[in-house]
Structure formats: C-alpha cells, structure tokens
Ligand binder design. Sequence first.
Ligand SMILES: Cc1cc2nc3c(=O)[nH]c(=O)nc-3n(C[C@H](O)[C@H](O)[C@H](O)COP(=O)(O)O)c2cc1C
Length: 179
Amino acid sequence: MKALILNCSPVKNGATAEICNIAVSVLKEKYTVDTACIDDYSFSYCKGCRVCHNTAKCVQRDDVEYLMRKLAENDILVLVSPSYWGDVPGQFKAFIDRCTPWCNTHEPYAELPRGKKGYCITLRTGSGIAESERVASSIEHFYGHLNIEAAGKLCLTNIEYRMNVEAKRSEIIRFCGQI
Ligand SMILES: Cc1cc2nc3c(=O)[nH]c(=O)nc-3n(C[C@H](O)[C@H](O)[C@H](O)COP(=O)(O)O)c2cc1C
C-alpha cells in the first residue's frame, strides 16, 4: 500500500515539514511513502466558471494535474496543515478550490479511485484546540467531497517553529503508528 504525506504549508522546512518528517519515519515501516509540499506546485486560482460542472475538466492546465495524480496513486493520504488565520494556508485553499472537477456534488465529476483513507495533522501557535480542529474540519470536508474516508485526525497546539515540534514528537509517533 502507498501513503502520501503532503505538507500543506508553503514553508518547506518549518514546523509542518518537521511533522511530515516524523510521519515519514513511522509510515515507511508499513507503506511505500511518497511526499510532497504544496509549494512544489504552481497553479492558478479557480476562476469559478463552473465549466467543470458539465465537463469534469478544468479549463486551466497547470500543476494541479500532477498533484491530483499523486492523490490518485496513493491509498493513504496524510495531509499536514498549519493554521493560517484560523484555517488552511491560502496556497492549499487555492488547491482545494481547483479540485472542483473531482467534487462529488455535480455530475459528471472526475472520480478518484475509491477506497482511500485520509488522515490529517493540524497545528497552530495558539493554545486553543478549537482552531486546530477547525483546520482539520476543512481538510475532512475536502476529503468528503472526494469520496475519501476521513479516518483520523491529530490536532496540535503551541507550535510556532520547527523546534517546538520536539515536545509533540511522541504524540505524533503514536498517532502515525495507528495509520
Ligand atoms: C500567515 C500566517 C498566519 C498564521 N495564523 C495563525 C493563526 O491564525 N492562529 C495560530 O494559532 N497560528 C497562526 N500562525 C502560526 C502557524 O500556524 C504556526 O507558526 C505553524 O507552526 C507554521 O508552520 P509552518 O512554518 O510549517 O508553516 C500563522 C502563521 C502565519 C505565517
């Protein structure tokens, strides 16, 4: 089985990336692991034209296709996202919007292979868990419309920089061990 760990932060070597590294070290014991960072890809915003509602295809051609191929190829998806202003970072939200051709609310849509399980790990600097849970809800909403089973979440707080992840290492390892 194959697992994709996606860093949904635009920062390639920050706290989110460090959590991804821990997830890789655990998951590689069980799965063939693939990784990506949202910042590796270049794509435009959704134009809201709704052409995809009738064609299941976007009118734009860019890296969204490559990233979707990764989602399609992997059985397990682990999306790791920080809170930026109380929700997912803009780069990741722009990707979600561009996934409308794959969204199950219209016919036809470009279906991903069925049977995938989606997990999320969210983090924020503040101490309240509710905001971290809100970020997880955004990701689980995304999973739902792609027919991906939302199979588990870990919502973290009090993390600003890479070094703050150390205090959460055992919690992250425990969560990833259940994937
Ligand atoms: C633009 C921006 C907005 C942020 N907004 C919030 C926020 O609303 N609440 C919060 O608790 N942390 C917020 N943070 C802090 C990040 O969630 C935190 O630093 C996280 O560890 C960043 O991970 P990264 O460096 O991998 O992106 C924000 C950080 C940035 C850069």
